[in-house]
Design a protein around this ligand. Structure first.
Ligand SMILES: *Cc1c(COP(=O)(O)O)cnc(C)c1O
Length: 282
């Protein structure tokens, strides 16, 4: 049985500035980061009459991997729908894809996936954007609410983590849109919480970045973070998170806490892609 203890908070210095860092990447080896928070309530969920978990999304998704761990622990079948598998992954299984298959995930490649309705299965929306995520994120909020004079920053995908954090915290929560744009993220917030006053504040950059694409400045800041802090951040969300935070630093208060939301297993495939593209001698 997985037990989720509070994750540590540590001080780091990056580019001459001190930040607090919430280490949700250290929650558990197999069930970590914000997916552990979002799927926390499923650890104690009453699966009576349910023998299958169904979800959908990309084949390198952190959510997919975390659900494969959950299904394994709970002795449930895990069916995952995706629209395609990149060739390089088929040839060389790696990262979340490899380990989710190892955990017994049944992968179905379908272009027009329709949400199945069956009494014996539980459907988890892509990326864990659902209201069952609130309980686990509330626990994260409880681990932060004692901090005074602090602003909180975390990068968003579906926005679920940032939204429920802001809902349960008196401190200000800042975020940025890594998937889609600001308008997409606002819509996501409204789909989970109609009261706009409880929404996080979205920070932006002038340049538009596409989710999952490789950018030299992403790889550079990720390497710099690793060199200066000795901590491995995620390569999909954290580079844009840190760039956005640093560019908008003056809009925030004196002290900032950054949430490390895990996702490091997914780096396996990202590092390979980045090395192939930007490291000359490898
Ligand atoms: C899933 C994920 C996110 C995005 O979380 P949302 O709740 O969808 O906004 C950010 N960082 C990492 C490392 C993730 O795995």
């Amino acid at each position: 049985m997985i037990k989720i203890d509070p994750s540590p908070i540590q001080k780091i210095t990056f580019l001459g500035e001190v930040f607090l860092l919430k280490r949700d990447d250290l929650l558990d080896k197999d069930f970590s980061g914000n997916k552990a928070r979002k799927f926390y309530s499923l650890l104690t969920y009453n699966f009576k009459g349910i023998d299958t978990i169904i979800s959908c999304g990309g084949v390198q998704s952190n959510a997919m991997y975390s659900l494969s761990v959950l299904a394994k622990i709970k002795n449930l079948k895990f069916i995952y729908y995706s629209d395609h598998v990149p060739k390089y992954l088929l040839k060389n299984p790696i990262g979340n894809y490899k380990y989710a298959l190892k955990n017994g995930m049944i992968l179905k490649i379908e272009k027009d996936f329709k949400i199945p309705h069956s009494k014996s299965s539980l459907f988890i929306p892509q990326g864990g954007a659902f209201n069952l995520a609130e309980d686990g994120i509330k626990i994260l909020a409880n681990e932060l609410k004692h901090l005074r004079d602090i602003d909180i920053f975390l990068p968003s995908g579906t926005g679920t983590t940032a939204l429920y954090l802001q809902k349960h915290l008196h401190q200000k929560v800042y975020t940025c849109a890594c998937v889609g744009d600001k308008e997409y993220l606002k819509k996501q917030f409204f789909s989970l919480e109609s009261n706009k006053a409880k929404h996080p504040t979205i920070l932006t950059l002038d340049k538009k970045y596409h989710f999952g694409k490789l950018y030299k400045e992403f790889y550079d800041i990720w390497l710099k973070l690793k060199r200066e802090t000795k901590i491995e951040f995620d390569l999909l969300y954290d580079p844009l998170g840190w760039i956005t935070l640093l560019k908008n630093r003056q809009k925030m208060g004196k002290n900032v806490l950054y949430i490390h939301q895990g996702g490091v297993i997914g780096n396996e495939s990202m590092i390979q892609r980045y090395k192939r593209k930007f490291d000359e001698n490898s």
